[in-house]
Design a protein. Structure first.
Length: 142
């Protein structure tokens, strides 16, 4: 089931040219989080249920994996919530990232909600500096 086929930029549009994938960012920020409400029908609870992020760039862990040129970056990881419960942190850039959804969190035949929150620069204390990321193509696999 396709949840959203659009691309989104989370953060505050405040990033260096050296930031993880900054040269690949295509959108302006929609803010520090994204939320989508939807109905899940015909869920098979005897099979694993996954939220899949088609592609994500700009995570802080990208530095340690050689995906950017920043020498010192300390940002918290983007977080994924399902119906208000944190189900994952996104550590690395990449495609087809699968996040298992605990079946007990799913509202059968009722509205469900996915929220993705970007991380924050942990070295900035004068103001809140959100880490900028972009992601696209959210879908469920069951």
């Amino acid at each position: 089931m396709v949840l959203d086929s659009n691309m989104y930029h989370l953060g505050d549009n405040n990033f260096s040219d050296l930031s993880a994938n900054a040269g690949e960012f295509r959108m302006n920020s929609i803010g520090p989080f994204y939320t989508k409400r939807f109905l899940l029908k015909n869920v098979k609870f005897n099979k694993p249920i996954f939220l899949i992020i088609g592609s994500i760039i700009g995570t802080d862990m990208a530095r340690s994996m050689g995906q950017n040129r920043i020498t010192n970056a300390f940002a918290s990881s983007p977080e994924v919530y399902f119906n208000g419960n944190k189900i994952s942190e996104i550590q690395i850039n990449g495609d087809e990232q699968k996040i298992k959804i605990p079946p007990a969190l799913i509202n059968k035949n009722q509205v469900n909600e996915v929220t993705i929150k970007t991380g924050r620069n942990l070295m900035q204390t004068a103001y809140i500096d959100y880490n900028d990321i972009e992601f696209m193509n959210l879908f469920f696999e069951n």
